[in-house]
Design a protein around this ligand. Structure first.
Ligand code: MN
Length: 423
């Protein structure tokens, strides 16, 4: 067992009840303040622990970390040290925060400088994202979309249960939670028109997803096996794959999503390590027909992470739109990475691999407005009395996620973005 995951651990820092960031989580991120430029930190309760300060003042001595490893705009160099080393760092941070460890606790000067209240920091993108891929791994989502646009009897295309379908997305437009997104404009073909028109999207949507981040460079031509895939995955973030359904519907044949997706995607700022999610492993859905040998995985490869989507119209209250779970995914992350590289495609440090929209079996667990409003046919009623078929200007979409067991809650924080009018 990973020592830092022990449910019995307590910290000398006061952790508010229901916090996403107890001592068992310790997710990594990049932050800045009014007086500090971008550096690496770890979330603990309502604080951010400044890793540069700890490293410079000897708290990581003996771990053999390169100097300046945390004094960087991105975590790429840190995570590329490999999971063995980053696990040692997480274990050491856990030690320093445990209630019976006095090293930092009784060093008032160090404590005050190393612990920064969360409301005084601005979170930034945690990694320089080299490449971004989006999968389509939720059977319920693929079934819903296939039923809507084709036929419920043939909702899944013939390849769907044989390989984790995916497409190459755009890394440059991935932004950190809190960054507003302008409504995209594009070509749309109205149902009653022969010709397309150019206008702001009328069917703007979110997609509820989780994404994993890779931490090892591989060589072109060398696949990653399904059994080795986890050694390449540092951790996970929440991911909102904003989608303009009307642009998407007109453009996507035959090469797939393009401008309907690449105008912006939002990630949560804290990378929850795969290590922290270890206690929440569950078996994935049974796969039938049997998958080809290179996609076979043994044991519990899914994770029980409760997910939630909320909408907040401008100056109004939040309404929960959906509750889903990462465990519903048909294809697990090992299979995704094995499939992605089976042809020899190389992986880079800081690549982002998103799950695809995560829908559950019931209508209340669908992971997009396309499904929740059934392509606009069934409007949703919000707490402020208004209705939604798709996202309106001024709406904020908030994704949340957490795993919970033995009174330990491993949370992801928020992945949030406001839609501004088209430019
Ligand atoms: Mn997607």
């Amino acid at each position: 067992m990973i020592k830092a995951n022990n449910p019995a651990l307590r910290s000398w820092i006061d952790i508010p009840k229901g916090s996403d960031f107890p001592i068992q989580n310790l997710p990594f991120g990049i932050f800045k303040t009014n007086y500090l430029s971008a550096v690496a930190g770890v979330a603990i309760g309502n604080y951010v622990l400044d890793l540069v300060y700890l490293h410079e003042h000897g708290f990581f001595d003996g771990l053999g970390l390169p100097s300046g490893i945390f004094n960087q705009k991105y975590l790429n160099d840190f995570i590329s040290l490999g999971k063995k080393k980053t696990r040692e760092v997480r274990e050491r941070i856990s030690e320093l925060l445990q209630h019976d460890n006095d090293e930092l606790k009784l060093n008032v000067g160090a404590r005050e400088l190393a612990l920064i209240p969360m409301d005084e920091v601005q979170m930034l993108l945690p990694v320089r994202i080299s490449n971004y891929t989006d999968f389509y791994s939720s059977e319920e989502h693929a079934f819903n979309v296939g039923s809507m646009f084709r036929d419920p009897k043939n909702a899944l295309l013939p390849n769907w249960k044989h390989l984790p379908v995916g497409y190459h997305g755009r890394a440059s437009s991935i932004v950190v939670s809190g960054t507003p997104i302008h409504r995209p404009k594009g070509q749309i073909k109205p149902a009653d028109s022969e010709l397309p028109v150019f206008c702001p999207s009328q069917k703007l949507d979110f997609e509820l997803e989780l994404a994993f981040i890779t931490c090892q460079e591989t060589k072109l031509g060398t696949p990653i096996s399904a059994s080795d895939a986890e050694n390449h995955i540092f951790g996970f973030v929440l991911f909102n794959d904003w989608s303009a359904r009307d642009i998407q519907q007109w453009e996507y044949v035959p090469l797939g999503p393009f401008l309907g997706k690449n105008f912006g995607s939002t990630i949560s700022p804290w990378i929850v390590t795969m290590d922290a999610l270890e206690p929440f492993r569950v078996q994935g859905p049974e796969q039938f027909p049997h998958v080809l040998p290179y996609l076979v995985t043994e044991g519990a490869k899914n994770f029980d992470v409760t997910l939630e989507v909320l909408i907040q119209p401008d100056k109004s209250d939040e309404t929960t739109l959906s509750r889903s779970n990462f465990k519903y995914l048909y294809w697990n992350v090992n299979q995704q990475l094995a499939h992605h590289t089976v042809n020899g495609c190389n992986v880079q440090v800081g690549d982002l691999y998103a799950s695809g929209t995560i829908s559950g079996p019931s209508p209340g667990s669908f992971g997009s407005l396309l499904e929740l409003s059934w392509n606009g046919q069934r409007p949703l009623h919000l707490a402020d009395g208004s209705e939604r078929r798709f996202i309106e200007d001024g709406d904020t979409i908030i994704l949340r996620g957490h795993a919970e067991r033995d009174h330990v809650r491993i949370g992801f924080g928020e992945c949030k973005g406001k839609i501004l009018p088209a430019l």
